[in-house]
Design a protein around this ligand. Sequence first.
Ligand code: AMP
Length: 314
Amino acid sequence: MPITVVGSIAYDTVTTPFGERNRMLGGAAVHFALAASFFDEVRVVGPVGEDFGEAELDVMRHRGVDVSDIERVQGGRTFFWRGKYGWDLNSRETLDTQLGVFEGFKPKLSDASRASDVLFLANIQPDLQREVHEQMAAARFVALDSMNLWIEAARDSLVKTISVCDCLTLNDSELRQLTGKASLLAAAREVLSWSPPHPRVIVAKQGEYGAALITEDGFFSLPAFPLETVMDPTGAGDTFAGGFVGYIAAHPEEELSDELLRQAMAHGTALASFNVEEFGTERVAHLSGPEIVARVRQLREFTQFSAAALPLGE
Ligand code: AMP
């Protein structure tokens, strides 16, 4: 089932302890689209400036991503983000954010983008996320991501957007911030208990510690895929979402069961692990399907154990 994604299409300048890149291709929608493209057709909606290069569009085209709804704004500048990581790659400092063409952006979806029945609202202003959602009222599955900026600056709007989606993906600290609950499980259950409509699925992203899935009926958690070398975590959350949502989109006949969601979690985890091995989109842009399949299999081996019935004393 085709997937439409709306969100930032960016130039990122990133410094990690292992190197730096200046104005490389980035953005939440781009990371998502490259990952999801392994599973289904993906259409990206969002603006870029005059400075955005054909080579960057080609990275997406090369993965079969439909870029025809990427709007080039005359005289505008592409969204720019600059960030720095210390040895603890789990926390980063944002040094600069320039919204550029996102200021005043009014999303206009083509008929093809509207016809997708899976929608991912990547991290952007929550009013804009709802505007897109309203243009795709018939979508079968809608997921969204957000960040601390919007929890602080536009909480009411964000809560409205969350309430009309099926799935919320958020960093664990942001889920705590959103709900004021210290426990991740309690925070997720709080969102699941909002008066209807509310999301049915919560994914709490925990950086190098993996991700947890909380639904009304269940809980599931996977560690991040163990890696000896991590170069740059930028975009790992969106790449995870691309694998997770992509897997769900590729199973249109299946009910959104906890089993399907667990499989989707494994694919998201595998995709995210490739993303962090190189800077920005570099690794996922030259990834292959069989590599993903092999990593999902390994992840299964790493996380499986048998239920040994050892009688324990009082
Ligand atoms: P992640 O590491 O998954 O949180 O995503 C990082 C990506 O999000 C980078 O490629 C940035 O271009 C993009 N990004 C950073 N800040 C923002 C923001 N305020 N709005 C939208 N996208 C952003």
